[in-house]
Design a protein around this ligand. Structure first.
Ligand code: HEC
Length: 199
């Protein structure tokens, strides 16, 4: 009994030394669990796989959790026939608009300008100007067409599918609609009781 106590005190003392003392050596790992296993480092060479690389592609058809793009309207902006949807499936709220404004100003305004007239700062440095969002042609774009342009790019515009998440693409589209309205509003768009405030 005394011996057992002695041993457990000694091991407690030993373990307490191991913790909290700076050392260059790897920590003493008394209970290994399964922490040490054979593995490959990222980007390293393999003698096992035919292409000589240890990094593998996911099995075709693999879907990360929470990413099943079953809803073609939401994830691709297209209906079941593959046509761009006229109206976004996402309910427009003040929160969505302010998120859209933030994302638009980050991702789109450098080229399209904060107003969407195609005169962003990059244009001043020589980029061929993008079309204005206030032209009749783009005002008539279905929402799904904007979604496609953001996801895949168009001609000289790069794709933003990797940078802008699906929910943010819809937020940006709702904000572009607000920008379009702001540049083409009529007196009748203002509630009668507020028309007196217009200057
Ligand atoms: C690096 C500059 C750049 C950025 C950033 C950029 N665009 Fe563009 N965009 C362009 C150019 C250039 C064109 C014109 C492409 C062409 O037709 O040659 C264009 C065209 C478009 C068009 C019209 C497509 C058509 O069919 O005429 C839309 C809509 C559009 N962009 C939306 C967006 C949105 C939304 C974002 C932000 C997520 C964005 N763009 C970010 C450069 C940019």
């Amino acid at each position: 009994m005394k011996r057992a106590l002695f041993i457990s005190l000694c091991s407690a003392a030993l373990l307490s030394c191991v913790r909290g003392v700076p050392s260059d050596k790897p920590p003493i790992h008394v209970i290994q669990d399964m922490h040490k296993q054979p593995r490959y480092n990222p980007q390293s060479e393999s003698n096992f796989f035919a292409d000589g690389a240890t990094m593998r592609e996911p099995v075709p058809g693999t879907v990360p959790q929470g990413w099943l793009p079953a809803d073609s309207i939401y994830y691709f902006g297209k209906d079941s026939q593959g046509n761009p949807v006229a109206v976004s499936p996402v309910l427009v709220t003040p929160k969505l608009l302010s998120r859209g404004k933030e994302r638009f100003n980050i991702y789109c305004s450098p080229c399209h300008s904060r107003l969407g007239d195609g005169q962003g700062i990059v244009v001043k440095h020589g980029l061929n100007p993008p079309p204005s969002f206030h032209s009749d042609r783009i005002r008539q774009f279905p929402d799904g067409e904007f979604f496609d342009v953001i996801t895949n790019g168009v001609h000289t515009m790069p794709s933003y599918g990797d940078q802008v998440r699906v929910e943010d693409r819809w937020a940006i589209i709702s904000y572009i609609r607000a920008l379009q309205l702001s540049q083409n509003a009529h007196l009748e768009d203002v509630p009668p009781e507020m028309r007196g405030n217009l200057k």
